[in-house]
Every structure is written in structure tokens, then in C-alpha cells.
Design a protein around this ligand. Structure first.
Ligand code: BGC
Length: 461
């Protein structure tokens, strides 16, 4: 596998998100987010207070040096809404905003393109206390925040993603999990989903208004395909379709101006009560690219009477590996989703904005972190992208989640996704893993080394 196989303009990058890495949770006028509050209340695994993230705020130069040395051309990060906009509606907090100036300028100085995600789940706590995403007025709050972020950084940032994986936030609300431990709230989740769809389109328009021409405005979604990807069982297929229509088309169709796929998914139908006249048009926005986040499929199996239900991965999945956060790994799903959605009007072209693998990495006796499995996952997913490209699907970039281990939301420090190991017991010391060295050789030499060779290169560093 060669980097040039992917195309001359292909973007190679790493991704992270504000809450998961920054720390500095109360510095320079930053207000609390729902995730700071979850930490404070001991809702993160083991009751660990993870508000310090991985201290990226204070280690900006060290981290950017590591990212640049990896050989990637882009760094994807998100802006913390409560850092720059306090309780959610501003005014702009100049001291907090200065952090992103440092980050963006630091990227550009090192030849890294900054890819900015406007929002990655760290809602200002004050807005949550007013009802969070279930309150329709949040659409205007979010659009105002996005517009101001566009104004402040649009002179230097050319690639924009409006919202990270809205489905995940809908899931947190529906299940009453993660930061919002309120018990299951299915209707609140549907109202929130609708408001997110309105907010994404409105924020996209506001960004376009303030960004220089040539700026690329996209967004990201988690493409949760049901597996098995092909089945002759008609009832199972209909059940799979209902799940996918909710999880994927429920975000893509509104963006394309088609409204919701109510006919395909009974789960969506109760949402009708929240949809007002004119909303279908208001949810439409022409993205320049669709960010694909893919970690694995949703295994489903046939259930008498019901047709099909999500089930434990072992019982249905052809996947051989599962990540430490319980996701079955199946690179074929990536090719499959790219093929299936290539003609969707909300997907003019794709960028893989997240792909990665969670495992319980340990520092070995030789001081190294031998994460061969992560390398295997990266390699197979890159091959899956190539396969889709060979079919003519436009895929322009691949961002590895994440440059370093970080706070895995409610799992806290217990799941590691980084190319760089973070030692939480030793002053957050950074140590490149074997996967970091594998990527570095691949990106700087142009050919993917086999795993043993990556390890050997490692020893000479
Ligand atoms: C999220 C990341 C998260 C990753 C691994 C994605 O859904 O965008 O924030 O860390 O998955 O679970």
C-alpha cells in the first residue's frame, strides 16, 4: 500500500476533540460544559475526575510537534463552546478564544492544515440547564456560536465541520447515559435530534456567510450500518433498514432537503410532533463534503415476530476482533457504506473524519507500546477506502482517531485510542506507540511497512 495510491490531493490527518484533550477546564473565563459537570459528579468510570483532559492546553507545542513529525498534513480539533462563549450565548471570551489562535497558528507554522469542528459534544452546562438540545431555541444559540467562530478563525481555517456525530448525542439522551444521566428519554431524544438537524443547517448557512469564498463547509456523521451487510431474509433486512434510516438517513435526508425517512423507520415517526411548517426547507444545506466516522457495524439478528433486533456482536458478526469499547471491527462496512451512500445528495464527496481502534495498551518491559492490532485495523480500513475509490467513490481524506490517548467520555481514561501513549500516572508523559511509528514511516516514506519493520524502525529512533 502506497500513499500515492490514494490520490495526490488526499488529506492525511489526525483528529481529537476539545473536552477529550484540552484540560484547563476553568481557565481564562471558561464556563463548565456538561462533561465537566459529569466529571465533577463522578459519572465517569471509576469516578475519575477527567477535567484535566490530557493537558493539551498547556502542552500545545509538544503535541503539535508530535503531530507534525508523524507526517500528516492536517490536524482536526474542535472548539469548546463554553471556552469561547461562556454560558452559551456569548459575549465572545477573548482570553479563551486566544487558545484557538495559538492552536491554529501553531498548525500553520508546522505545515498542518487546521480542520475545525465547531461542536463535539461539550455543550455549555448553562444551556443544558435550560433544556439542552430539547429546547428549540438552541438552534439560534448554536448558529450564533458557529457564526462567531467562523468570524474569528475563518481567515486561517479552510476546512470546517459543523457538528460531530449528532447521532451519538441523540443516543446519550435517549438512553439517559453519558453526561446526561437522567434515565431514558426517547421523546426528548427525538426533539433533540430535530433541533440538531435544524441547527446544523442554520450554522452551515451562517458559516458560509462569514467565511471567505473557497472555505469548505462539511459536517460529520457516524455511519452505523447494520450487519450482516447483505441478507436474503426480507424481514431482517426491513428491520436493518429501519435502524439505518434512523441512524444515518435521519441526518442525511434532512440535509439534502428531503425531510425525514418516516416511511422507512417507525422509530422516527413520533418526531412528527416536533416538526413545524417550513422545517424541511430549514434543515437543507449543501455541504461541500460529508465526514464519515466509522468504527464498526451494528450487528442485528432475526427475531420472531419483530423481524430483527440489534444483538451481541459474537452471535452474528463475521468480524474477528472487538475493540476495548465493545465495537466489532469490520473494515468491509467502510467500503459498504461508501458504496451505498455515494449517490446520496448530502454526500458530494467523502472524508473519513474518524477511524481508530480502542485497546488497553500497556507499556512493555522495553518501554515500548506494541499495538500491532491497531496497525492491523488502520491498514485494513485504509484498504477498504482504496477499494471504494477503485469503484469510483470520491474519498478525499483519512483522519486517524486520535493523535494521543484521551478521555473516552464516560469511560474516562480506561479506553485508549491514541497513536501516542499518555501516562496518567507520570505527569501525562507522551510516548509514541508502534502505530505512531508505522504511520510515520508510511506517510514519510510513502509505503506501508509491515508490522515487524515498523517495530525495527522504532528501535533506531
Ligand atoms: C467520537 C469520539 C470518540 C470515538 C471513539 C467517536 O464516536 O467522535 O469522540 O472518542 O468515537 O469512541
Amino acid at each position: 500500500m502506497r500513499t500515492t495510491d490514494f490520490g495526490a490531493d488526499f488529506t492525511w490527518g489526525v483528529a481529537s476533540a476539545a473536552f477529550q484533550v484540552e484540560g484547563a477546564w476553568d481557565r481564562d473565563g471558561k464556563a463548565p460544559s456538561v462533561w465537566d459537570e459529569a466529571c465533577r459528579r463522578g459519572r465517569v468510570r471509576g469516578g475519575t475526575d477527567c477535567r484535566d483532559g490530557i493537558d493539551a492546553f498547556d502542552r500545545l507545542d509538544e503535541d503539535l510537534d508530535l503531530i507534525a513529525a508523524l507526517g500528516v498534513g492536517a490536524n482536526r480539533f474542535s472548539v469548546s463552546w463554553p471556552r469561547v462563549f461562556g454560558d452559551g450565548r456569548g459575549p465572545w471570551n477573548a482570553a479563551g478564544g486566544a487558545y484557538y489562535d495559538r492552536l491554529i497558528d501553531g498548525c500553520l507554522e508546522r505545515g498542518l492544515e487546521p480542520w475545525l469542528t465547531v461542536h463535539h459534544w461539550d455543550l455549555p452546562l448553562a444551556l443544558q440547564q435550560e433544556g439542552g438540545w430539547a429546547r428549540r431555541g438552541i438552534v439560534e444559540d448554536f448558529a450564533g456560536f458557529a457564526e462567531e467562530v467562523g468570524r474569528r478563525y475563518g481567515d486561517r481555517v479552510r476546512h470546517w465541520m459543523v457538528f460531530n456525530e449528532p447521532l451519538s448525542v441523540v443516543g446519550h439522551i435517549a438512553g439517559g447515559v453519558h453526561a446526561r444521566r437522567l434515565g431514558p428519554r426517547p421523546l426528548e431524544a427525538l426533539a433533540s435530534m430535530h433541533h440538531m438537524n435544524l441547527a446544523i443547517a442554520e450554522a452551515g448557512r451562517r458559516l458560509r456567510d462569514v467565511l471567505p469564498s473557497g472555505a469548505q463547509v462539511g459536517t460529520t456523521n457516524v455511519f452505523t450500518l447494520a450487519s450482516p451487510f447483505h441478507t436474503d431474509d426480507g424481514r431482517l433486512r426491513r428491520a436493518q433498514r429501519a435502524a439505518e434510516a434512523f441512524a444515518v438517513d435521519g441526518f442525511l435526508d434532512p440535509l439534502a432537503g428531503r425531510g425525514y425517512p418516516f416511511d422507512d423507520s417507525p422509530f422516527l415517526r413520533p418526531m412528527r410532533r416536533f416538526v413545524r411548517d417550513g422545517d424541511e426547507a430549514a434543515m437543507a444545506f449543501d455541504v461541500d463534503f460529508m465526514g464519515v466516522q466509522y468504527y464498526g457495524p451494528l450487528p442485528m439478528r432475526r427475531v420472531p415476530l419483530l423481524g430483527g433486533l440489534p444483538t451481541a456482536w459474537e452471535r452474528t458478526s463475521e468480524a474477528r476482533v472487538r475493540s476495548s469499547v465493545g465495537i466489532p471491527v469490520d473494515a468491509r462496512g467502510l467500503t459498504e457504506l461508501l458504496r451505498r451512500y455515494r449517490h446520496h445528495p448530502a454526500c458530494p464527496r467523502f472524508v473519513i473524519t474518524e477511524s481508530g481502534f480502542g485497546m488497553n495498551d500497556r507499556v512493555d518491559g522495553d518501554g515500548r507500546i506494541h499495538d500491532d492490532l491497531r496497525i492491523w485495523v488502520a491498514r485494513t480500513h485504509l484498504q477498504a477506502v482504496r477499494e471504494a475509490q477503485r469503484d469510483g467513490v470520491a474519498v478525499d481524506g483519512f483522519f486517524q482517531w486520535s493523535y494521543a490517548d484521551n478521555i473516552e467520555w464516560v469511560l474516562g481514561r480506561s479506553a485508549r485510542f491514541g497513536l501516542v501513549h499518555v501516562d496518567y500516572d507520570d505527569d501525562m508523559r507522551r510516548r509514541p506507540k508502534d502505530s505512531y511509528h508505522w504511520f510515520r514511516r508510511f506517510l514519510t516514506e510513502g509505503t506501508a511497512p509491515d508490522v515487524a519493520a515498523a517495530g525495527a524502525a522504532d528501535r533506531t529512533d
